[in-house]
Design a protein around this ligand. Sequence first.
Ligand code: ADP
Length: 179
Amino acid sequence: MKNSLNTIIDVKLTDITQLPVDAIVNAANKSLLGGGGVDGAIHAAAGKQLLRECRALDGCETGEAKITSGYLLPARYVIHTVGPVWRGGNHGEAELLASCYRNSLALAAEYAVKSIAFPAISCGVYGYPAGQAVRIAVDTVLAALPQYQFEQVIFVCFNETLLELYRQRHCQSARPINA
Ligand code: ADP
């Protein structure tokens, strides 16, 4: 479904490395040298050239984003962003997580990306409470979209619990999301 901004917003239960979109977002760590979770899956699927390009980036601060080629992935680009580690909620986590989404979209727009897929940043080993993280993800992306011309934004879930949370947020959101 298209929203009033002509951007399709989808929620999908899938492996983000399989998506044929212009850019997928990686929930990376500050080193940008790979790790577990979605980061490990992206590096494994993209091949060793991704690590080579990441080495030259000199890391990334929490809340910021850097872009590389997608190499063997169906996606043309990978946007690496570093989510906050959950430390109880009083350490700027919410603003840092929102920055991940905002900075990823801004970088994508610079590279003329039309379709972009986000994983649930910080919802794995970084321990962010999923309900709060989903609210920030949906609200931040919806608030940012009017300044861009994306055709499609996909929120990728790796389990049913997250899918249900995105659906709930969709019900509360001003704009409908396909799920
Ligand atoms: P973080 O360190 O930011 O918490 P993780 O990779 O541990 O990042 O987890 C972020 C989210 O990505 C979790 O919800 C996890 O289930 C999900 N995830 C892990 N692998 C994939 C994948 N291949 N595709 C999409 N999402 C994934």
